[in-house]
Design a protein. Structure first.
Length: 213
């Protein structure tokens, strides 16, 4: 799915927190969003996910405005992952259950993603009692398990140990290549952005700025 943004404006209490003339996110590419704290990165991602209203402008998803059906193809992973008060396994299979996937496929997909992200041993643990990094991995598993067309990640490896960061980066890059998944990822880690992203969008006070290499 391609995403085109034109003249997007979002204000909080009369202050413009996102003010972008034009930018596009093409299918099959990985984009990195960087910028200082408060630059408007999370707000932009939430707007793209359809979770936040905006005051003016237009966002087109493969040429059309966001509709209910499309929201099911987009997944947004929050900076502070929210997990349901059930087991890790139930959290991961939830997106598949609501899409009426058959039980055998659900079991296989859940097993594969848990193996891939090395969280199988957490399977029966209560998701609300995980450590910060474990929560982030489970939330990522839940985001990836249904093969979304658009993956929006807000600092996905912020509290992940260095050894596991590689695993997560691989899981994201693999799906981007195999399924032409569009990935937009906020990260303060420039090395990570350079490693993973085809293009970098830098934000400053709500605006997109060009970056000097
Ligand atoms: N619900 C809200 N009500 C009022 N102001 C808000 C709200 N959400 C965000 N803001 C303000 O909008 C600005 C942009 O916030 P945003 O969370 O998008 O920044 P960010 O670039 O993601 O920052 P960080 O790197 O710290 O995560 C900030 O000044 C923030 O205080
Ligand atoms: Mg943020």
């Amino acid at each position: 799915m391609d995403i085109h943004i034109t003249n997007l404006l979002k204000k909080y209490h009369d202050k413009a927190v996102v003010d972008i003339d034009h930018t596009q996110f093409k299918s099959g590419f990985i984009y990195g969003i960087t910028g200082d704290n408060g630059a408007g990165k999370t707000t932009l991602l939430k707007i793209i996910a359809g979770l936040e209203r905006y005051d003016a402008g237009e966002i087109l998803y493969s040429g059309v405005p966001l509709e209910q059906g499309m929201m099911k193809k987009i997944t947004y992973l929050s900076q502070t992952p929210y997990l349901m008060r059930t087991s890790v396994y139930e959290n991961i299979v939830y997106p598949l259950k609501i899409r009426n996937i058959d039980p055998m496929t659900i079991e296989k997909k859940a097993k594969d993603i848990m193996d891939e992200l090395q969280i199988t041993e957490l399977k029966n643990q209560l998701a609300t009692q995980l450590s910060g990094g474990e929560s982030q991995k489970v939330a990522l598993a839940r985001a990836l398990v249904f093969d979304p067309e658009v993956l929006l990640l807000d600092e996905p490896t912020a509290s992940i140990d260095p050894a596991t960061i590689d695993t997560i980066e691989e899981a994201i890059t693999k799906r981007n290549k195999q399924q032409k998944m569009t990935v937009i990822m906020i990260s303060h880690n420039m090395d990570q952005v350079k490693r993973m992203c085809h293009e970098i969008v830098c934000m400053k006070k709500g605006k997109k700025i060009s970056i000097k290499e």
